[in-house]
Design a protein around this ligand. Structure first.
Ligand SMILES: [Zn+2]
Ligand SMILES: [Zn+2]
Length: 234
């Protein structure tokens, strides 16, 4: 490639970006974008996106069967405690479907495509939005004006938003249960919230979203262990 490679803005580079921000020498190497997001982040975004229709159906089932656990979702959303059964599911559905259609409208506008048919039922709207975004995902990940924005909470990067919708939905429906909790606290937020999901490429902080490769986690855990006696002695 003739151009200078850019670091992937995705969560694969969380640890590298944090290290860069300190301005101090460090051993992290960035994952390069291909050409913007790396292949792993492209693949993960597609999976995150295509899982959403089924997750939305599961959220709806939680509401209608009264098994929703609103306490799980209030931490990541400003809605507060749900005062009536099903409200948490309702709000989360609005949040996700509203977010997906907003990205769809944005892409349609940017690409000069016609406006979205909006006279259909919510379930159909969501399915159509996912199908549309899936068809345009390569463009979104490379050419969307926010494609280079790093994935931080509140990022305008559509890939970060899709990931956020997927994670929030999975937390709500308790589908992130098969997580191996890690002993070391998060390198970024210091919460004891690092976990490794079955088959995942990364150790993920369930509080701030930091991702570390298993090797990076091992280094970090060794570093913590090495400094622990000094901490407790102080
Ligand atoms: Zn990446
Ligand atoms: Zn964290």
């Amino acid at each position: 490639m003739p151009t200078t490679p850019t670091a992937c803005p995705g969560p694969c580079n969380c640890a590298w970006r944090d290290a860069e921000r300190t301005g101090l020498p460090h051993d992290y190497t960035p994952t390069w974008g291909q050409p913007v997001h790396c292949q792993t982040c492209q693949d993960r975004t597609r999976t995150d996106l295509t899982e959403l229709p089924e997750l939305l159906a599961a959220i709806w089932l939680e509401a209608t069967h009264g098994t929703a656990r609103p306490a799980d979702v209030t931490t990541s959303r400003p809605a507060g405690i749900a005062p009536w059964p099903g409200q948490a599911s309702r709000l989360l559905t609005d949040h996700i479907v509203g977010g997906l259609t907003e990205i769809e409208d944005d892409v349609r506008d940017l690409r000069g495509l016609g406006s979205r048919p909006d006279d259909v039922r919510e379930g159909t709207t969501a399915t159509q939005a996912v199908r549309f975004l899936n068809a345009h995902l390569d463009w979104i990940l490379e050419h969307h004006p926010a494609a280079n924005e790093t994935h931080e909470p509140g990022s305008g990067n559509p890939a970060a938003q899709i990931r956020h919708f997927n994670r929030t939905a999975k937390r709500f429906t308790s589908r992130d249960a098969r997580m191996e909790q890690k002993a070391a606290p998060c390198k970024r937020c210091d919460w004891r919230a690092l976990a490794h999901a079955d088959g995942a490429d990364y150790v993920e902080c369930r509080n701030c979203g930091l991702l570390m490769t298993p090797a990076e986690y091992q280094d970090w855990a060794s570093e913590i262990t090495a400094t622990a006696p000094h901490r407790s002695a102080a």
